[in-house]
Design a protein. Structure first.
Length: 502
């Protein structure tokens, strides 16, 4: 229980959300910000894991009643708030230094920082310097707020409030209450009559708005999402009947838990690194490509819906969630819709799920003898539905942009998000040692999130063509535009009340 009251709820078990606002902030006055943050946390402003468990229980209890009375709008709506900091944000409150050499000159400071500095080079650098610097992200494609700017070329985002709710009006109320608490002029404390300070402790350089689609549970490409998450030893009920995937040590997600060997300072315990990624999805283009290439779907001639089959082979699940590994031919068995009970056996073949399918790249299960890159995903779609005009011209309208506000948590960004995208998704040759079945370009790139460097082979995927051990190689387009993001740390409640605000 102590742990559940100390962990922020979005990390685990996840905040219930149909809509979400990401309030990205820049700290202007570190000391006053700390005072306001401490009072915010002390009155229970941050939603803990225990709060989130209670909220989920209430929603479940309220649902049958609401449905019985045909009042879905009355379904219990509970808003949640979490907070996370970038390394510049920790710097602004005096808890992170960038220039180690500079610090070493001051012996007292050096000792404090050596003990208390958060480890993790990528966190220190931030996403822009990491992913643009390494050539993965194209700076032309990023939203301007993720670029460093100003005279000193500084990163613009110091932290983020993640605000969630199941109803828009509750969300708006919660967002306003945060703005009020942090922006108000001292002395004007009344609800709704507060005056915004001319010289506020923080600013919001970017606000992003997410909401689940009308086709609830499905992301914009139409796939059921949020099915597979790692089960965490010590937190989740691991006595499940499904055989896969095996539970993992909670140290893969949480700092200083069993399985985390980053050597973080004591204050970081129960915290987790949050990666935020702003991903635009080109939905009409994806649909057009599937239509144009459906005859290349594996065993297309015997399929009554080759377009859907092709989509399923790229993802590793049919759009209704049915794992291709459990049914490579159709998606009609309701007992398989959200199944997670598969491990890609036999792992030297891919005549069911392609080696390079998104879910096989991102969680290789039986392909590896142990899990070493595991994340918990907490993203939400953004943007509207495809319009009739976009459907007609089969092209996305940038005025009506849509995509995924991707969030994931891990205890080490290099071994988590960064490893998954750069070493696995974007690497044509992963999973390796599958050479009997592949040509020179390996299993292929992840069709959904794989990124290509200049010297990489053209985007393609190997698919089984039914004539074992040969396969068909299929050229791919790109339907996800990487618009940037940031690296954060989501601290525990104790850290927020103590070390970080002292
Ligand atoms: Fe992916 N999608 O909605 O189409 N993802 N993902 N993802 N993803 C998964 O199993 C999607 C992205 C993972 O345990 C499903 O819950 C889209 C990034 C992991 O079997 C679907 C985008 C990263 C898994 C999608 C996107 C990951 C996973 C199947 C971008 C990591 C679990 C539903 C626009 C860096 C694998 C499910 C497992 C599953 C979609 C991005 C990782 C449908 C559209 C950037 C670990």
């Amino acid at each position: 229980v102590a742990r559940k009251a100390n962990i922020q709820g979005d990390i685990w078990p996840g905040l219930p959300k149909r809509c979400q606002t990401f309030l990205f902030f820049k700290i202007r006055k570190g000391d006053e910000f700390k005072t306001r943050l401490r009072s915010f946390v002390e009155v229970g402003g941050i939603t803990t894991a225990q709060d989130a468990l209670d909220m989920k229980k209430k929603i479940l209890e309220a649902k049958p009643q609401a449905i019985q009375h045909c009042r879905p709008a009355k379904i219990q709506s509970l808003a949640g708030v979490n907070i996370a900091f970038t390394s510049t944000g920790l710097g602004a409150i005096g808890k992170f230094v960038f220039d180690e050499a500079g610090v070493k000159k001051d012996r007292a400071l050096s000792k404090v920082f050596r003990n208390n500095q958060l480890r993790g080079g990528l966190f220190g650098k931030g996403m822009f310097s990491d992913l643009v610097g390494e050539g993965w992200d194209d700076p032309q494609e990023l939203r301007k707020e993720y670029h460093p700017s100003g005279e000193r070329n500084q990163r613009q985002i110091d932290g983020v409030f993640l605000v969630t709710a199941s109803r828009e009006d509750d969300l708006a109320r919660k967002v306003n209450s945060i703005k009020e608490h942090f922006l108000k002029e001292p002395g004007y404390g009344e609800v709704d009559t507060y005056r915004v300070s001319n010289d506020p402790v923080l600013e919001f350089p970017l606000i992003r708005q997410g909401r689940t689609r009308p086709d609830k549970g499905k992301e914009h490409f139409g796939f059921e999402d949020g099915i597979s998450q790692p089960l965490l030893e010590g937190l989740d009920d691991v006595n499940i009947k499904d055989k896969d995937p095996k539970p993992v040590k909670s140290g893969m997600i949480f700092a200083k838990h069993d399985g985390d060997d980053m050597g973080q300072p004591d204050w970081a315990e129960d915290g987790s690194f949050l990666v935020f990624r702003d991903l635009q999805q080109l939905v009409p283009e994806f649909e057009k490509w599937l239509e144009d290439n459906k005859h290349k779907a594996p065993f297309a001639e015997s399929s009554n819906n080759p377009k859907e089959k092709l989509a399923a082979y790229l993802m590793g699940r049919w759009r209704n969630g049915t794992p291709v590994d459990e049914n490579p031919h159709d998606d009609t068995d309701p007992s398989l819709f959200r199944s997670n009970n598969f491990d890609f056996q036999p792992v030297n073949k891919h005549d069911k799920c392609p080696f390079a399918a998104h879910i096989r790249k991102m969680r290789p299960r039986g392909d590896l003898d142990h899990d070493h890159a595991v994340i918990i995903r907490r993203g939400i779609p953004y943007g509207g539905e495809v319009s009739p005009e976009e459907k007609a011209v089969q092209k996305s309208d940038d005025e009506n942009e849509r995509g995924l506000l991707f969030v994931c948590y891990q205890s080490d960004i290099r071994n988590g998000f960064n490893f998954l995208t750069t070493r696995w998704a974007s690497n044509h040759y992963f999973p390796d040692r599958k050479s009997n079945f592949i040509d020179d370009h390996g299993p292929g790139i992840d069709a959904i999130v794989g990124q290509k460097l200049d010297h990489h082979p053209p985007r393609s995927i190997g698919l089984p063509d039914g004539k074992d051990p040969t396969e068909a190689r299929l050229d791919l387009d790109r339907w996800v535009i990487h618009k940037g993001g940031e690296y954060f740390f989501s601290p525990s409640i104790n850290a927020l009340k103590g070390y970080l605000t002292s």
